[in-house]
Write a protein that binds this ligand. Structure first.
Ligand SMILES: Nc1ncnc2c1ncn2[C@@H]1O[C@H](COP(=O)(O)OP(=O)(O)OP(=O)(O)O)[C@@H](O)[C@H]1O
Ligand SMILES: [Mg+2]
Length: 289
């Protein structure tokens, strides 16, 4: 029987808001897939690892590509190997079961203990993909027509599904999931996130970096706003580059770590140029705390 007392509160290396903790725990308690959306780099993929670590379970990752079919996640019948063995090997090729290989969902079903299954970036696949998975995720079993066997989930896996909203997901699919949108962290939460990655960061450098970062994100006309992952990279670049807190206000170093579009570079440099005439460099970005 499943232990209903276990609850997720984040992990040492992953900061989860109270709302996110609640969504995870509701999904686990109801045995429903947890569908996670949010800007790129806001910790959707990392969440699955954190749930697995926090609940002491193994994580299985199914990375979805544009060509992935739902059936690939159940099992694959390796006809090529069978043909090869029939011609060159001394294997018994009459038993098809030897050539049935479980996909990630199949593996999760057959695991001897409950696992966390991450279906990462479901919106990369075609529109039929989520619909094709509905049945298996609902009833937790599937048939293998080649052998006539049915694979039943020994333990209902904790299913985490991420989407970057490149495509809308079908209503019938959405109805079965618990949905959570990871809101972009505010400065206080962001400083906790940075602290788990860089516990020894100098407070003044952190304050200046956060001020500059949220100032950048506040520029409405950016084509691609920098996200958590870019901020973490930037903090690392600042540290490795030996940048002082004052220099951040003066020159916004390593801007290419934060901005990835030519247009955004031009916009920001123009802003800095215009505002620089009025503001002292050290107080250029409004402080957050
Ligand atoms: N809440 C958080 N706590 C700790 N680290 C975080 C958090 N959110 C994001 N990060 C860090 O940010 C980076 C990006 O996270 P992740 O890859 O999970 O984002 P994502 O939402 O899956 O991005 P994408 O949409 O591009 O796949 C990782 O290094 C992760 O450790
Ligand atoms: Mg991801």
């Amino acid at each position: 029987m499943q232990d209903h007392k276990i609850s997720f509160t984040g992990t040492e290396d992953y900061i989860a808001s109270k709302e996110l903790q609640n969504s995870v725990n509701v999904a686990v308690a109801l045995g429903r897939p947890l569908l996670i959306k949010g800007e790129p780099g806001t910790g959707k993929t990392m969440l699955a690892q954190s749930i697995a670590d926090g609940l002491g379970k193994k994580l299985l990752i199914w990375n979805i590509k544009s060509t992935t079919k739902a059936k690939d996640g159940l099992y694959i019948y390796d006809t090529v190997q069978r043909l090869y063995d029939s011609q060159f090997g001394d294997h018994d090729v009459s038993d098809i079961r030897h050539y049935i290989k479980m996909g990630r969902l199949g593996e999760a079903f057959l695991a001897s203990v409950q696992v966390v299954l991450l279906i990462d970036e479901i919106d990369k696949a075609d529109l039929e993909f989520p619909n094709d998975l509905l049945w298996e995720l609902d009833v937790m079993n599937f048939n293998i027509p080649e052998t006539g066997e049915t694979v039943h989930a020994r333990h209902r896996p904790i299913v985490v599904i991420t989407s970057n909203a490149e495509k809308e997901l079908p209503d019938a699919f959405l109805r079965r999931c618990i949905f959570h949108y990871i809101a972009f962290p505010d400065a206080a939460m962001m400083s906790d996130i940075i602290a788990v990655h860089y516990p020894d960061l100098e407070q003044k450098l952190l304050d200046e970096a956060l001020a500059a970062f949220y100032w950048l994100r506040g520029i409405g006309s950016l084509q691609k706003k920098p996200s958590t992952s870019e901020l973490l990279d930037w903090v690392q670049a600042l540290t490795v580059g030996g940048i002082s807190p004052e220099q951040i206000g003066e020159e916004l170093p390593f801007l290419g770590v934060l901005l990835k579009k030519d247009h955004d570079f031009t916009t920001v440099l123009q802003r800095l140029h215009n505002e620089g005439a009025q503001a002292k460099p050290a107080s250029r970005f409004p402080h957050l705390r």
